[in-house]
Design a protein around this ligand. Structure first.
Ligand SMILES: Cc1cc2nc3c(=O)[nH]c(=O)nc-3n(C[C@H](O)[C@H](O)[C@H](O)COP(=O)(O)OP(=O)(O)OC[C@H]3O[C@@H](n4cnc5c(N)ncnc54)[C@H](O)[C@@H]3O)c2cc1C
Length: 397
């Protein structure tokens, strides 16, 4: 893997355009969104109109064709402004459009990917269940064969965008005995299907703009054209999507760390105690230096991983076994370090704000609540360490 990396002029122009859009249209609504705990429908609609919900998807399928590097630029910029918007977009893109692009038939791409990438439809991804979280292969939702059709029954938990999505990629067991190795399939379930309903939506510590929904599937019937990838290979579909999601989570964390550091620096320059701005005290300067070090390191990690995913392409059948292992290990490393560094950096930034950092309505207070989930979703950090250590034991460093 080459280590040299720089952004093209087009990528820099995209970053500038995204940044000014977010500052103009998204930043002003955030305090109210957080207080009211409402899905930010109007700003999401505007982002869809701008093409932001199809950034890594090729133009022929309705996207902007900017690859994973472009997608990470987008998420880094969103991360600087708001984690809720990033999570809504990430669940749709990493976990919704990626499986369609990588595993969909031409007909599925035309029917589901094209409108999703164009921002006309919203996607979600449902793997987690009441009895199956980290042990995500232990799927209890059943897909029963009925001729060439399938009847899906079960309950999914904590589905981001679950309340608003038009279509959800649902993991269900076509053969419970086989488990993740041949017994789980991915289904495209339209949320207007008979038998589908949204259950409880969780109240959360942070990410107040997102829905986190229980989904109830009661004999939802779908045809064979709704199976995404091969029957029994749904777990691969899910894990491939999560590899993309984990790197993009790193990009969003990178943005969050930059915003927190900038806010802390500005505050420190303007807050005088004991006759000096607190930025003059070495303790504060060293905190800021530590924050900058983590940002610097994470930037290289995120874009290295994104560039690798772009080089590998979007046809999983073309990847060698080694390429898969390297990609998965790198995604787990990025996710784990990014979420933990973001938590540390945002915590230190809040500390620099003193009491003000604890007051509801300040950006750093919201960022602190929003950041915590990154150590849990898309696979907890304990599970990332499991993924990394298993691969390490298998083939060394
Ligand atoms: C806001 C939010 C949004 C989410 N969005 C989605 C979504 O869109 N789609 C979706 O499918 N899911 C989603 N999730 C679910 C999320 O991915 C799971 O919560 C997560 O994977 C952990 O599962 P769990 O909550 O069941 O915890 P558990 O698996 O019960 O874990 C509990 C604790 O045990 C640890 N643990 C478990 N097994 C081991 C082990 N073998 N070794 C060491 N430690 C272990 C875990 O790391 C954790 O600390 C979301 C969750 C939240 C809160």
């Amino acid at each position: 893997m080459p280590f040299e990396f720089s952004f093209t002029a087009d990528q820099e122009a995209f970053r500038t355009a995204v940044r000014s859009f977010l500052e103009r249209e998204v930043a002003p609504i955030l305090v109210e969104m957080d207080e009211k705990e409402e899905f930010p429908r109007a700003t999401i609609r505007r982002m869809q109109e701008e093409g932001f919900f199809g950034v890594p998807i090729p133009e022929e399928y309705g996207g902007l064709g900017l690859g994973k590097v472009g997608y990470c630029i987008l998420l880094e910029e969103i991360g600087r402004v708001d984690a809720s918007h990033g999570t809504i977009l990430g669940a749709h893109t990493s976990l919704g459009t990626t499986p369609l692009l990588y595993y969909g038939t031409e007909a599925q791409k035309k029917r589901w990917l094209l409108p999703a990438a164009k921002g006309e439809k919203l996607l979600a991804f449902a793997l987690t269940e009441p009895g199956s979280g980290s042990d995500s292969g232990a799927v209890h939702t059943i897909a029963e064969a009925a001729g060439d059709r399938w009847r899906i029954t079960g309950t999914k938990l904590y589905c981001t965008n679950g309340r608003e999505a038009d279509t959800i990629i649902v993991m269900a067991a076509n053969n419970a005995k086989l488990g993740p190795n041949g017994g789980v399939s991915a289904f495209l379930v339209d949320t207007n299907s008979p038998g589908f309903r949204v259950g409880r939506c969780e109240k959360k510590m942070g990410l107040h703009g997102t829905s986190t929904a229980e989904l109830i599937l009661d004999h939802v019937e779908v045809g064979p054209e709704h199976v995404l990838g091969d029957v029994g290979k749904g777990f691969h579909v899910a894990m491939t999507a999560l590899d993309v999601g984990r790197v993009s989570l790193g990009a969003a964390s990178l943005g969050g760390m930059q915003a927190a550091t900038t806010q802390a620096m500005e505050f420190a320059k303007n807050r005088t105690q004991f006759g000096l701005p607190i930025s003059e005290y070495e303790v504060i300067q060293f905190k800021l230096a530590d924050m900058a070090m983590h940002i610097h390191a994470l930037r290289y990690m995120v874009y290295h991983a994104a560039a690798r995913q772009d080089r590998l392409g979007t046809n999983p059948k073309a990847w060698s076994h080694l390429e898969r292992l390297e990609k998965t290990r790198e995604a787990a490393i990025v996710k784990c370090l990014a979420s933990e560094w973001a938590a540390d950096v945002i915590d230190e930034a809040l500390q620099i704000h003193g009491g003000l950092g604890y007051i509801r309505g300040t950006p750093i207070e919201r960022a602190y609540r929003d950041a915590r989930i990154s150590e849990i979703f898309e696979g907890t950090n304990e599970i990332q360490r499991l993924v990394i250590s298993r691969d390490l034991m298998g083939r060394g460093l």
